[in-house]
Write a protein that binds this ligand. Structure first.
Ligand SMILES: Cc1cc2nc3c(=O)[nH]c(=O)nc-3n(C[C@H](O)[C@H](O)[C@H](O)COP(=O)(O)OP(=O)(O)OC[C@H]3O[C@@H](n4cnc5c(N)ncnc54)[C@H](O)[C@@H]3O)c2cc1C
Length: 456
């Protein structure tokens, strides 16, 4: 059992790990150094929003922080409002309240059981793993632990290729939408361009269109399509999905998988049941795919997977449809090629979907908000800790830019093998597990890592 553990990260994944460790009642007292990064404890980007327009995209019944207590979030919200149903999509702000309450409960429980939890409200600058322990550096200080867990979430977003330095310096190209959403300027721009059409873009469009009622929005993406909506009621998983999954595992080839899935969808009333039936098997399916097939999936299928698997809550879908009907939101297919300053605004050049250069399009906007979702590429990130770990070759970047190489149990890999005392949960495991960013997966990872930390 590892008694002294460093937890690095201050979001929901770290909260899940802390809760799981302190709930277990280990036979000896633990010493936990929790480096939180300094932001609002436990909420992170996703649950730090104060806007009730920002809804969970997972139903309340599936959002527990604990793999062993699936009702925990639902119980929390129903204590205040018994009319809330497990199928509801609640404001993410409420989930943040739940996370804070669970962290406070875990800390009190830890104290009562004689564990020592040191909250360090700063980012860890460097981590040096060795065979028998891990040293964590922060400023002038260093602390040795028996083991460390990285739960740092997604990496800071980088500007897309083609955005000029002048455009970035003008303040009219926003790389990270969340600070803007928290505090949009009172003076509304006339035309806003949103780059991306996933769940982040949906949040951006809902918030800014409400704050700036006279503003017109254009949202661009390669395929010009929004995520699909959830149904108001849950769809039951497809009955004979076992056969489909077996056939997929037998032949790990993306083209074959698409064929099998299309056949399965044709048998169902609603395609969602087929997609949902894959969820418990996604990690096994991803593990079965050879690297070149994973790359093919990334290139050709990822966009379709994301919009069917990561769906919008119905109210979000309805609000965006209303914006389109009112003519305030226009969706456009294309790929951003260049962004330059043009007078008081920005000029954007877009490749059309078929990349025919003769059809290059030019658009103008007063403000451009990059909303392309999470970044996982540790090889090219400015994140200081990940840079240090990569440069010192303590960790290996995933070859497709999806976090770090790791075992499915969350142990990070290095040139010579597997670290026995350096773990990760959440976004850094994207390349290993594929589905690794939502709470239903993260809480399971927290449990798996805690099993290893407390093993005799
Ligand atoms: C807008 C949005 C909406 C989402 N909605 C849902 C949803 O409805 N349901 C769902 O299941 N999932 C949702 N997700 C997925 C989300 O990723 C997870 O639910 C969860 O928030 C991930 O938590 P995390 O702790 O891994 O990452 P984060 O919340 O990003 O937290 C990472 C933390 O680590 C800290 N940190 C970074 N570097 C260091 C360092 N060097 N030292 C110390 N600390 C550091 C950061 O400051 C931050 O506090 C959403 C994601 C986003 C972005």
């Amino acid at each position: 059992m590892h008694r002294r553990v460093a937890i690095i990260g201050g979001g929901a994944a770290a909260a899940a790990l802390l809760g799981e460790l302190l709930e277990r009642r280990p036979p000896q007292p633990l010493h936990l150094d929790w480096y939180t990064g300094g932001g609002t404890l436990a909420r992170g980007v996703a649950y730090g929003t104060q806007s009730d327009r920002h809804l969970l995209n997972v139903r309340a019944a599936s959002m527990s922080l604990f793999a062993g207590k699936p009702q925990s979030f639902l119980d929390f919200v129903q204590r205040e409002d018994p009319s809330i149903a497990g199928t509801d999509f609640l404001p993410r702000r409420r989930y943040g309240d739940y996370l804070e309450a669970e962290v406070a409960r875990a800390l009190a429980l830890g104290k009562a059981h004689g564990h020592d939890v040191q909250i360090v409200p700063f980012a860890a600058d460097a981590v040096v793993p060795e065979t028998h322990g891990v040293t964590v550096f922060r400023g002038e200080e260093s602390h040795r632990a028996d083991a460390a867990v990285l739960a740092i979430g997604a990496l800071p977003p980088l500007p897309l290729a083609g955005v000029s330095k002048e455009a970035l310096a003008s303040g009219r190209y926003v790389v990270d939408p969340w600070p803007l959403l928290a505090n949009p300027p009172a003076e509304a721009p006339r035309h806003v361009m949103v780059v991306g059409l996933g769940l982040t873009a949906a949040d951006v469009l809902l918030e800014l269109s409400a704050r700036w009622p006279e503003t017109r929005f254009t949202a661009i993406s390669r395929h010009g399509q929004l995520p699909e909506p959830h149904l108001h009621t849950t769809s039951l998983p497809a009955e004979d999905s076992a056969q489909v999954i077996e056939a997929m595992l037998d032949e790990p080839d993306v083209r074959r998988w698409l064929h099998l899935l299309r056949e399965a969808v044709a048998q169902e009333d609603d395609w969602r049941s087929v997609i949902d039936s894959l969820r418990p098997h996604t990690q096994a399916l991803w593990a079965a795919l050879p690297l070149e097939q994973r790359a093919r999936f990334q290139r050709h299928v990822r966009w379709a997977w994301e919009r069917t698997r990561h769906r919008m809550p119905p109210p979000v879908h309805e609000s965006l449809a209303a914006l389109e009907r009112e003519g305030r939101l226009h969706r456009q297919r294309g790929q951003l090629y260049r962004v330059e300053v043009d007078g008081d605004g920005l000029r954007l050049e877009l490749h059309p979907h078929d990349r025919d250069a003769s059809k290059m399009q030019t658009l103008h906007a007063d403000l451009v908000v990059q909303s392309v979702g999470m970044d996982f590429d540790v090889a090219h990130t400015p994140h200081p800790l990940m840079r240090q770990l990569v440069i010192n070759r303590h960790v290996l970047p995933d070859p497709l830019g999806l976090g770090c190489q790791a075992t499915p149990q969350g142990r990070l890999l290095h040139d010579g093998g597997t670290w026995s005392r350096l773990f990760a949960i959440g976004s850094l495991l994207r390349g290993t597990l594929w589905e690794s960013t939502a709470m239903p997966e993260i809480r399971q990872q927290a449990r798996t890592v805690v099993d290893q930390l407390l093993a005799k």
